[in-house]
Design a protein. Structure first.
Ligand code: SF4
Length: 230
């Protein structure tokens, strides 16, 4: 596993559980609004890079004290040894939350088949027809679509989420996304915060107001079990 950084304790990143967060290095998408640009390339570290050995050594001391581990990115499913690593965490007694952009449905399917995931968080970045432009990558939206179907049929607790740059996604675009995942358990709209972006031009972009988000959520709620914004 190649990690770009970690956070040893969080109360808010794994619903209902205390967790440690592991940031994997590398991502096949190039979202211009990405707020973790240091994690995109496989060769760069965002925080003090940490080795798998250090991670395991630390987690050994947290057995029975910490509920779970969040594996996020970058994109975790790029890591060739992800499933072995997850299996190891499970044998150590940790619940696992996996964050993914859905670009590797094969890896996700296998993780689900092996019961390695306790909570799944998946990004749906844009309507399918706009996907490649939106993520600035040739990754096929059909793969993301397949991953979304896997999540919805998994029987797990899961959430879909969309980071909203106002200049990129109209309320109609957001409703189109929601129609792609109609019937989902949970959909979360995330405010875009221009603190750091992959494309410097996106530092000038904005997001919707609280009132606008609430209005959009009201339209969404009949189509999913739960909708919120943060
Ligand atoms: S925001 Fe986009 S580019 Fe950045 S890590 Fe997530 S999927 Fe990759």
């Amino acid at each position: 596993m190649i990690f770009g950084g970690w956070q040893k304790f969080s109360l808010i990143d794994f619903p209902g559980r205390t967790s440690a967060i592991l940031f994997t290095q590398g991502c096949p998408f190039r979202c211009p609004f990405c707020h973790n640009p240091e994690l995109i390339n496989l060769s760069q570290g965002m925080f003090a890079p940490v080795t798998e050995h250090e991670v395991i050594e630390f987690l050994e001391t947290r057995r029975g004290k910490l509920d779970g581990v969040v594996i996020t990115g970058g994109e975790p499913t790029l890591q060739p040894d992800l499933l072995d690593f997850m299996a190891r965490l499970k044998t150590m007694g940790f619940a696992i939350k996996l964050d993914t952009n859905g670009s590797r449905p094969g890896v996700l399917a296998e993780a689900l088949r092996q019961n390695l995931v306790d909570y799944l968080a998946m990004d749906i970045k844009a309507p399918w027809r706009k996907y490649q432009t939106h993520i600035n990558s040739t990754v096929d939206a059909a793969d993301v679509r397949l991953s979304a179907a896997l999540a919805m049929n998994s029987g797990l607790d899961y959430e879909f989420r969309t980071t909203v740059v106002k200049e990129q996604l109209t309320p109609e675009d957001i409703m189109e996304i929601v129609r792609h995942i109609a019937g989902a358990k949970k959909y979360i709209l995330q405010r875009f915060l221009p603190t750091k972006t992959l494309d410097p031009a996106f530092m000038e972009m904005t997001t919707y107001s609280d009132e606008e988000f609430e209005k959009i959520c009201e339209q969404i709620r009949p189509l999913v079990a739960e909708c919120s914004w943060r």
